[in-house]
Design a protein around this ligand. Structure first.
Ligand code: ARG
Length: 589
């Protein structure tokens, strides 16, 4: 990939430091990886670094002097993209990108449109596992984050030229199915012929399954032996018992139908849905391998995976009744994925509460010699909560995602109905826009915060048309578009016609070109929130321009052309950002 300007600057700084090292001014062991480049506030350049302060402190010299030396060294390399380097007390270096470069990028954006910043195919494959909802349980708010963040990460890597493999690791196996089948059989199927049973099962909804599962737990409180029945039924299922299998198939079918409706609403598409059950016949091989390598051992009738020096607690490989475990299925999944796709990178988007489990199967894969530590990433997201506390119903049950999404759409409709220009929308269009705005609001709210943080679910903030929200960005895009459609005689931009830039114009221009480097950084740090922040800042800068400077009625013709070009590029970059985040933008709103 072509180096971004930030990477070029990093290179220039490195070269300068190396020179100072050879002259003995900077210690030879100064770590070049420590060079940090920031985006300063407007007016302090396009990039800034506190490198001179760092070095000054290290060698006990005045940082202003170091900054001076660094500046000279960099200028010697004649970086044409940087027209000015400024030193600001107490020793910062501020870099100003040349207008020529910025205008060149503007032209590129207008020409390349949604390909601006796209990376070339790079021969590397990344596997992103996300969503991983559980069969026979409702798609709850608990799986929303994994679904949304995972999709954004998948999009980012794909955009940068990686081969992407998206996996929905469906929770379709485990002791919970034993409990469910036991209860279902006792309450609904006992005495029925197999034909009747199929019919009964076909009529059950996901909500019914949920009810039956809750019932099991309520009854089990007074009857401890029920836990055993659950285990027995799970054993039956693993051993291929016909009735157990029939119940399981019905659960999977009904669940997938409902899940796909929700994925449709969310606009999420995952390449492969592969349930945990898929790996059952692949576990024996993994166990043999672990035994051969001295990593598996019997313990109280069960089989465990042991970590040398007890760096992690042992993981359960097989239970004493020989049924598989969450761990063994995950480990077999990795082996299969390596064989199938040879990923260079594995990204797992799973709630942070499962961190230990994830570390266990990551490390197990390393110890088995399948992959290296650096190939594994766990994006451990924080929980959703409300201002009052835990996000759940009064009875402590999970909140159904579909209800939340539908409420978002209803609220979005109210929001857009408030504006004059939406009064004459046809019902169908209104519904489409409401969906984009409502779902976009939920997604943006999630993605705009770092994944590791807890998210407060606050409708007002999510749908705030004036704040850092999805609808706000969608609104800015729509407004740009409406402005552009009003402009007659549009013609191509010729940067040579720009005489002198206003502060507001330079501020927008100074944002647009950063898009490719922000995308790269968001992918590298698994942080879509960086892209959100960027889009929000761009929208705000553009708003200032929109408020302060006349566009269609600009005094000079070239001003009008330039501002329209900035308007078009802003809409384009905002749209590109939202697309990567998995958020649609309506043409008007
Ligand atoms: N289905 C699991 C759950 O809902 C999440 C699966 C996460 N992925 C994994 N490879 N273990 O808790």
């Amino acid at each position: 990939m072509v180096a971004t300007l930030k990477e070029q600057l990093n290179f220039l700084l490195k070269e300068a430091i190396r020179l100072l090292q050879s002259e003995g001014i900077v210690p030879a062991d100064f770590d070049l990886a420590k060079i940090k480049i920031d985006y300063p506030d407007y007016g302090r350049g396009d990039y800034a670094t506190g490198l001179a302060l760092q070095i000054g402190k290290l060698i006990g010299k005045n940082p202003m002097e170091i900054a001076e030396i660094l500046k000279k060294e960099i200028e010697k390399q004649h970086p044409i993209e940087f027209e000015r380097i400024e030193i600001a007390a107490p020793g910062f270096l501020n870099f100003y990108v040349s207008e020529k470069f910025l205008l060149g990028e503007l032209e590129k954006i207008l020409k390349e449109e949604n390909n601006y910043g796209r990376g070339k195919k790079n021969n590397k494959a990344v596997l992103v596992e996300y969503s991983a909802v559980n069969i026979a349980k409702p798609f709850g708010i608990g799986h929303l984050r994994s679904t949304i963040i995972g999709q954004a990460i998948y999009n980012l890597y794909g955009f940068l030229g990686w081969k992407t493999i998206g996996i929905n690791h469906l929770g379709d196996w485990g002791t919970q199915f034993g409990k469910l089948s036991y209860q279902l059989f006792e309450k609904k199927l006992k005495g029925a012929s197999s034909k009747e049973a199929v019919k009964i099962l076909g009529k059950l909804t996901l909500a019914d399954f949920e009810k039956i599962y809750v019932e099991f737990h309520q009854e089990a409180e007074g009857k401890p032996e029920m836990a055993d029945y659950g285990r027995q039924w799970f054993k039956k299922l693993e051993d291929g018992d016909k009735t157990a299998k029939m119940i399981w198939i019905a659960c999977v079918k009904t669940s997938l139908k409902e899940f796909n409706r929700i994925y449709g609403l969310l606009g999420v598409k995952i390449d492969h849905a592969i349930g945990e059950s898929f790996y059952l016949d692949k576990i024996a091989e993994v166990i043999n391998e672990a035994k051969e390598k001295g990593l598996a051992k019997e313990s109280q009738g069960a089989l465990i995976f042991e970590y040398p020096n007890e760096v992690l607690p042992p993981a359960m490989f097989l239970k004493s009744n020989e049924t598989s475990t969450y761990f063994s299925r995950d480990l077999a999944a990795i082996k299969y994925r390596i064989k199938q796709w040879h990923p260079d990178l594995f990204i797992y988007e799973i709630g942070s509460e499962q961190a230990l489990h994830v570390r266990q199967f990551f490390l197990a894969s390393e110890l088995l010699g399948w992959a290296q530590k650096s190939q594994f990433v766990h994006i451990g997201h924080g929980l959703y909560r409300t201002a009052e506390g835990k996000f759940s119903t009064r009875k402590g049950q999970t909140i159904h995602l579909e209800e939340v999404l539908n409420e978002a759409i209803v609220r979005a409709e109210k929001l857009i109905s408030g504006s004059e220009q939406n009064k004459n929308l046809k019902d169908k269009e209104k519904q489409q826009i409401s969906e984009m705005v409502g779902i976009g609001a939920i997604k943006y709210n999630d993605l705009s915060q770092h994944y590791s943080k807890e998210i407060i679910f606050d409708w007002d903030k999510m749908l705030n048309l004036k704040g850092n929200s999805g609808p706000y960005l969608q609104y800015v895009i729509a407004r740009c578009q409406s402005l552009l459609s009003k402009a007659k005689n549009r013609r191509g931009l010729d940067p040579r016609e720009v005489v002198e830039m206003a502060v507001e114009e330079r501020a927008v221009l100074g944002m647009l070109f950063k898009f490719p480097e922000i995308v790269a950084e968001a992918a590298k740090l698994f942080s879509p929130n960086l892209l959100c922040n960027f889009a929000y800042e761009l929208a705000q800068k553009y708003n200032l321009l929109y408020e302060k400077l006349p566009i269609l009625n600009a005094e000079k013709k070239e001003q009008k052309i330039f501002r329209l070009a900035l308007t078009k590029a802003t809409a384009q970059i905002l749209k590109n950002s939202l697309t990567l985040l998995g958020i649609k933008a309506p043409e008007r709103m």
